[in-house]
Design a protein around this ligand. Structure first.
Ligand code: AGP
Length: 369
């Protein structure tokens, strides 16, 4: 009912604004002084994590995007090779499972049919060490069936478009990265830095949510458009994918995401003044590359909207709108940069008058195939 929406017009907006609190909840009790508490993943986690030589991550939709981000983190910080796949593909093919592979699955609901079928399929294969389920619903099928589980602590998510479930999944996946890193000899100072940065994350998120008004103003440029292109590099490519999915789901605007470096291999042909381009450009080592991609868009008359680190030398010009986000450690930037994309989709959908919390044709939890 409307009472539980509080002062918010939609559940989605309420859930977007809950993110600082639920990210803090996802961290609660799981951080030591300078490292992650491995036992947060269960009493057998340490012995299991020690044997991990390979990881397969399988999920659907937004949960799949979270898995995609985790691949960048896990390979960067734990040296473990990672594969990520959507559940509906994974479960219908022959999968080669090297010895020592951990199966990781993510689901907000813990009841998604393809995800559950993938978990059951995986557990019938040889060579998997076991399974880890990252989930938001206690007592769900996923939590009951996975060997290890970690709850995301986002609280009930009512809006069909996933928001706080995603950022708490990412938080949980960073905890997993640090827990696995810890048992596999990740340098202690690197662990300590990321733990410290995680503690600052909720307040940085609150700061970014303060950009609601300028993002609302930006949304007017999208309401009449039929297409949009989202660009990102590295771990921000899956964030661009998630931004595109949100826009499609609730505003019904066709949106695609590309790794920025792929632009000139095709999608650049689509760019004109009718196709806004949204880019997430935090201050990482790929920034210079991204800047030249953005020039390519501008040179074709494309209209650009860039979310960038406050320290990035990008400024407003003709055809380019820049919104600055507070500086954050590059590893955690994918979590922070998700927020403005959620707000953008939300405001575009409100302008278009769609049913934000119950978009057409979609169900909150896809429990049938
Ligand atoms: C996200 O906005 C979607 N509604 C959808 O992609 C969702 O993430 C997907 O169906 C997976 O759901 P789950 O996390 O409950 O398994």
């Amino acid at each position: 009912g409307s009472a539980s929406k509080g002062n918010y017009r939609h559940y989605m907006l309420k859930e977007i604004h809950e993110q600082p609190a639920v990210i803090a909840a996802a961290l609660e009790g799981r951080l030591g002084d300078r490292s992650v508490l491995v036992e947060s993943f269960g009493p057998q986690a340490e012995s299991l994590f020690k044997q991990v030589r390979q990881i397969h991550i399988v999920a659907c939709g937004t949960s799949y995007h979270a898995g995609m981000v985790a691949r960048y983190w896990l390979e960067r910080y734990t040296d473990v090779p990672v594969q990520v796949e959507v559940a509906s593909e994974y479960r219908y093919r022959r999968v080669v499972v090297p010895e020592g592979t951990l199966f990781v699955t993510l689901s907000q609901s813990g009841e998604t049919a393809d995800t559950m079928a993938a978990l059951r399929f995986a557990m019938q294969q040889d060579n998997y060490l076991g399974s880890l389920g990252i989930c938001n619903v206690p007592g769900s099928s996923l939590v009951r069936e996975a060997d290890l589980s970690l709850m995301t602590q986002a609280g009930p998510e009512i809006g069909v478009a996933s928001t706080k479930a995603f950022t708490t999944q990412l938080t949980a996946l960073m905890l997993f990265t640090l827990a696995l890193g810890r048992v596999r000899g990740m340098p202690e100072d690197e662990q300590a830095t990321l733990v410290e940065e995680l503690r600052r994350l909720p307040s940085l998120c609150s700061e970014v949510l303060g950009l609601d008004r300028p993002i609302e103003a930006m949304s007017t440029a999208f309401a009449e458009k039929h297409h949009a292109l989202f660009l990102g590099r590295g771990a921000h490519f899956p964030i661009a994918q998630e931004g595109a999915l949100k826009l499609k789901e609730i505003s019904y605007i066709h949106a695609e995401a590309y790794p920025a470096g792929e632009l000139k291999h095709g999608p650049l042909a689509l760019v004109d003044s009718e196709m806004p381009v949204i880019s997430v450009a935090p201050n990482d080592e790929l920034l210079d590359k991204l800047k030249s991609n953005l020039q390519e868009v501008k040179a074709r008359g494309g209209v650009l909207y860039v979310f960038a680190d406050e320290n990035v030398g990008l400024s407003e010009a003709d055809g380019i709108t820049v919104l600055h986000l507070p500086h954050i450690h590059e590893a955690l930037a994918p979590i922070l940069y998700t927020l403005p994309l959620q707000l953008l989709s939300y405001h575009v959908a409100v302008l278009k008058g769609t049913d934000v919390d119950q978009p057409r044709n979609l169900a909150k939890s896809v429990t049938v195939e």
